[in-house]
Ligand binder design. Structure first.
Ligand SMILES: Cc1cc2nc3c(=O)[nH]c(=O)nc-3n(C[C@H](O)[C@H](O)[C@H](O)COP(=O)(O)OP(=O)(O)OC[C@H]3O[C@@H](n4cnc5c(N)ncnc54)[C@H](O)[C@@H]3O)c2cc1C
Length: 477
């Protein structure tokens, strides 16, 4: 139960920006202090505390609120940034994510997808990925490989707003959100504790305690650090340059394009009939130069990256053209039928930005009474558009396993379900991370034997529909 101070605070905070909803919002941790200084700094005991209210942390709060067996749990979501009001602007945000079918299914089950659809999204029905060093390509078409679209391009802000909107209408009084939460540290239970309890200390001296602590606090996770688990990580020494682009010609624009340059992939993701979003991964110094370029020169550099003919190796040309004619002879797609990428007319002013890219794998996703989800547990290069999809997969499996555990009468921190969560997720996430890592490594070299092997490999993969289906099905689940 809440202390009287927290109850009084909740009443007062019906004035906060989501007051019309039943999700209670303590707008700042300072507010909590000012109301309760008279007694103690202990602010309440919760079943679950979620540290981090990004797309993944918020969707977990929403999933807990929506599950009939979990909706009675008292949940506190602590988010470090302020509670910003959201308004859909005519111009697109430069931060977008490609969401797969599994994410769409999860978000539909949480009633979040309808809010995304009511705002905006762009379906991806085709994908074309090609190699600058050999022009060999692979294409994915939704009608051939899936019953539905390949992916959806959604702005991060739109996604987060849709999740929060549904969370606020979930009519669940047990979910509280503290924005502007400055977390100073965690005290985690020991292995031998039979009834684990974590304590969260705020910078203003407040403390909260909980049975189950969830680290959804991103790649730099303080929860993961407090767990003291091994974290395998490295920087790619690359940045992802993002921007919103205007196309030279209006078109259906449902194709996602990605060209592998020796410096990293450049991807153009559709937003609507005349706009696309850019994710251009390149070396840190090049990225900084790209940000400084005048807009017209940036567009020239981008069109160059999409169209420029790189020096060809005649040996590779001979082998790939032989492979292509052999594929044709045996009645398989030879990869010569391709669409041409769009030409970019200009970049939307002030839409350019760059983000550091890195790899991260936490060897453990769980500890006594603690679990990691999203980028706190795993971080990948954006080349395959998988990062947040993996995080949403964690949310789905964690909620499902916790719900099953509660149904069987287990404690919410029982090692059985938590162990299952770790093994189910690592069995999916680690191979995906390795695949992305392998792609990154084989495509950022231009050594002749590597280019030859990857080119022929790509030609054969493109020709084999069942193999493409398998790739697609792994990427969408
Ligand atoms: C250029 C680029 C393109 C990408 N494209 C795609 C894509 O197409 N598809 C895809 O699936 N993924 C993509 N990703 C990856 C995706 O953005 C991330 O996987 C996703 O944002 C991770 O979400 P998260 O909620 O786990 O972490 P975060 O988004 O990092 O959220 C963590 C939250 O925790 C809060 N927090 C952190 N520390 C504290 C603290 N101490 N106290 C309180 N709160 C705290 C932060 O304020 C933040 O809100 C891309 C990434 C980049 C860089």
């Amino acid at each position: 139960m809440f202390s009287n101070n927290v109850k009084r605070l909740l009443v007062r905070h019906t004035k906060c920006s989501i007051r019309t909803t039943s999700v209670r919002c303590l707008s700042t941790a300072e507010d909590v202090t000012s109301l309760s200084k008279s007694t103690t700094n202990f602010k309440g005991d919760y079943d679950v505390i979620i540290a981090g209210g990004g797309m993944v942390g918020c969707s977990l709060a929403c999933a807990l609120a929506k599950d009939s067996l979990l909706s009675n749990l008292k949940v506190l979501l602590l988010e470090g940034s302020p509670n910003k009001s959201f308004q859909l602007k005519p111009e697109y945000s430069n931060r977008v994510v490609a969401l797969n079918q599994n994410t769409k299914a999860l978000m539909s089950s949480l009633d979040v997808w309808r809010h995304v659809e009511a705002m905006r999204l762009q379906p991806v029905r085709h994908m074309q990925v090609w190699d600058a060093c050999s022009d060999v390509m692979i294409a994915f078409n939704s009608e051939e490989l899936l019953d539905d679209d390949v992916a959806y391009i959604v702005e991060n802000d739109v996604m987060l707003h849709a999740i929060n909107k549904e969370l606020s209408t979930a009519k669940n009084d047990n979910i509280q959100i503290v924005y502007d939460a400055k977390i100073a540290g965690y005290q985690l239970p020991k292995q031998e504790d039979l009834k684990p309890k974590s304590s969260v200390q705020m910078a203003n001296g407040d403390t909260y305690s909980c049975k189950l602590l969830i680290g959804a606090d991103g790649a730099n996770s303080a929860v993961r650090k407090a767990m003291g688990v091994q974290y395998l990580s490295w920087s790619y020494e690359q940045m992802g340059v993002v921007a919103t682009l205007n196309l030279s010609e209006e078109c259906e624009n449902t194709t996602a394009w990605q060209r592998w340059l020796p410096t990293g992939p450049v991807a153009i993701l559709p937003l609507d009939s005349k706009r696309s979003s850019l994710v251009w991964s390149t070396w840190q110094d090049d990225a900084k130069e790209l940000l400084k370029l005048p807009e017209d020169q940036f567009v020239d550099a981008l069109n160059d990256a999409l169209w420029k003919q790189y020096p060809r190796n005649t040996g590779i040309e001979t082998v790939t053209s032989w492979t292509s004619s052999w594929l044709k002879r045996v009645g398989l797609p030879d990869g010569t039928a391709r669409q041409l990428p769009p030409s970019i007319s200009n970049v939307v002013p002030n839409s350019r930005a760059a983000f550091p890219l890195g790899f991260g794998h936490s060897t453990r996703y769980i500890g006594p009474g603690v679990a990691l989800i999203g980028d706190a547990a795993h971080r990948v290069h954006p080349l395959a558009g998988q990062g947040v999809n993996l995080g949403f997969g964690d949310v789905k499996d964690l909620t499902h396993l916790l719900s099953e555990a509660m149904y069987s009468g287990l404690e919410i921190t029982h090692p059985d379900w938590m162990g299952k969560y770790e093994s189910v997720r690592q069995r999916h996430n680690v191979p995906t991370q390795l695949m992305i890592e392998m792609l990154h490594r084989i495509y950022t070299v231009d050594l002749m034997p590597v280019v030859l092997a990857r080119s022929v490999g790509l030609q054969i993969t493109n020709a084999l529909q069942p193999l493409k289906k398998m790739i697609m099905s792994h990427a969408t689940t």
